[in-house]
Design a protein around this ligand. Structure first.
Ligand code: MG
Length: 337
């Protein structure tokens, strides 16, 4: 029976700039880095990064589960962490994968989407990002009045060169009627996808989203609808025809989920859950190992933390595998000492 040594360090890291979330402004990120050591002296690192406002298990629950594992958990006790504690399970899986060793193979580089600020500020930022070489952009909508946003949308599209693509993210802001108006508007415009047009908690959200995905040519993407493993399973079972935005740090069985998505030939976007470099590296290795078409990564957010030692790969139009492998989880671990 395998026995491990488990060390846990809690972090509480201020953001460089407070982030706007569904819960208002968020000034810092809390979570844990894990180190798992085996009896042959191998070590692997993981990160437990719950997003309670997104619907994951709470910090208190993570803390309790980690304490119960103790400092010498068996393989059985690691496997017995309940499936709904997706962030703890994901963090342990990262550490186990680190013990198994070996960075992923895959392409030399993957494209990254640049995040644009909501509102008119996007117009200025898009120019700067284009100059850096970004060609895929994401813009938050459903923030201002619809007529204003439609005007800005066309201004924004007018600034994009041929081949560039724009994603819209409504973060569940619209009702059915507004979502329909937007998707109609998008139909003859080069929009890559519209993310979470209606709230995951909306009444009959699944029927509503399936209907929107079936009625309009612009792909619809799920983000807030995918919090737990069981959510991904349910949408796969429903035959979701749109895009899956995956925050792998939240999913209890990342490998199993990716295998199921692959079998379904699903379209996926690998996306950040505001992790440190430890969780980001683990998630991005899966992106590099993905065998289907890889859409531009939703990881254009670093530098994110006031203390840049904890950042994932800095936002650039392309993320090179070499840059990803230059992140050394041990350095972040030591920085928490
Ligand atoms: Mg989103």
């Amino acid at each position: 029976m395998d026995a491990y040594r488990l060390d846990v360090r809690r972090y509480s890291l201020p953001f460089r700039t407070p982030l706007r979330t569904a819960h208002g402004l968020c000034a810092e990120r809390a979570g844990w880095l894990l180190r798992l050591t085996d009896d042959r002296g191998g070590e692997g690192f993981g990160e437990v990064a719950p997003l309670e406002w997104f619907g994951t298990e709470s910090l208190a629950e993570c803390e309790d589960l980690l304490a119960r594992l103790g400092d010498a958990p068996s393989a059985e006790s690691l496997a017995a962490v309940p499936a709904h504690a997706g962030c703890v399970r994901s963090g342990l899986a990262m550490a186990l994968a680190g013990l198994a060793g070996g960075p992923a193979g895959g392409p030399e580089a993957l494209p990254v989407a640049a995040l644009l600020p909501a509102g008119r500020a996007a117009l200025e930022v898009v120019e700067a990002r284009l100059e850096l070489g970004f060609r895929v952009f994401k813009w938050k909508v459903g923030v201002g009045a619809v007529a204003d946003e439609w005007g800005m949308l066309d201004d924004l599209l007018g600034r994009l060169p041929a081949g560039a693509r724009l994603r819209l993210d409504a973060n569940g802001a619209w009702d059915r009627r507004m979502a329909e108006r937007w998707l109609e508007r998008c139909a003859d415009r080069p929009i890559e996808h519209v993310e979470q047009p209606v709230a995951a908690q909306a009444r009959s959200a699944q029927d509503l989203l399936m209907g929107l995905a079936g009625d309009y040519p612009t792909p619809v993407a799920l983000d807030e609808s995918l919090v737990h493993q069981a959510d991904v399973d349910r949408w796969l079972q429903a035959g979701w025809p749109g895009v899956y935005v995956l925050k792998l740090s939240l999913l209890s069985d990342v490998r199993g989920t990716l295998d199921a998505l692959r079998r379904a030939e699903a379209r996926v976007v690998f996306s950040s859950a505001l992790e440190t470099g430890v969780g980001a590296q683990a998630a991005l290795r899966h992106a590099f190992a993905w065998t289907g078409a890889v859409r531009a990564l939703g990881f254009g957010l670093y530098p994110l933390f006031s203390d840049s030692r904890f950042d994932g790969p800095f936002a650039a139009p392309f993320l090179r595998r070499g840059d990803l492998e230059r992140i050394d989880p041990r350095t972040l671990w030591n920085a928490l000492n």
